[in-house]
Design a protein around this ligand. Structure first.
Ligand code: FMN
Length: 145
């Protein structure tokens, strides 16, 4: 089985709704084992074949939990090189956080980020949740192909 991690942070539940839909989409792909998680240890990241990170934007930045996770992964030389990755997140007015995560994934960890972040203003509507499902599906499929 190919392992897909959908890791997210959410304070008021908007990014969490997106994360659940991303995981749902990934689970539709045969051969993908999907874990939806609010927390991960830096070392655990290496055990996944593909990683999606959901992060809301607070104070023009990503939450400290997400930042610390990647800083710890870098400090411990966790190799994520070449792993397919995606980002998404809810925002209110600027929405930088998922873009910052993409920069870290690409520049620090040499992960394969095929798409720009899936952003959603405040709560996701049904159409956005469909986009989230499609994102999860595409990420898992990129492992199978
Ligand atoms: C204290 C505070 C600061 C925020 N700062 C930003 C910001 O800098 N840029 C932005 O786009 N949205 C900002 N927001 C809006 C949140 O990103 C938005 O409410 C989002 O839906 C929260 O996602 P969550 O429910 O997953 O926590 C802020 C919200 C709060 C309460």
């Amino acid at each position: 089985m190919l392992k897909v991690l959908v890791l997210y942070y959410s304070q008021t539940g908007n990014t969490e709704k997106m994360a659940k839909a991303v995981a749902e989409g990934a689970k539709t792909v045969n051969g993908a084992q999907v874990e939806l998680a609010y927390f991960a240890e830096a070392e655990d990241l290496a055990g996944f074949d593909a990683i999606a990170v959901g992060t809301p934007t607070y104070h023009h930045d990503m939450p400290i939990d997400i930042k610390m996770l990647f800083e710890e992964a870098a400090a411990r030389n966790v190799s994520l090189k070449g792993k397919p990755a995606a980002t998404f997140g809810s925002y209110g007015w600027s929405g930088e956080a998922p873009k910052f995560v993409v920069e870290i994934m690409k520049n620090k960890f040499e992960m394969k980020v095929a798409k720009s972040p899936l952003l959603c203003k405040y709560a996701p509507d049904p159409a956005t949740l469909d986009q989230c499902r499609a994102l999860g599906k595409q990420l898992a499929e990129s492992l199978i192909q």
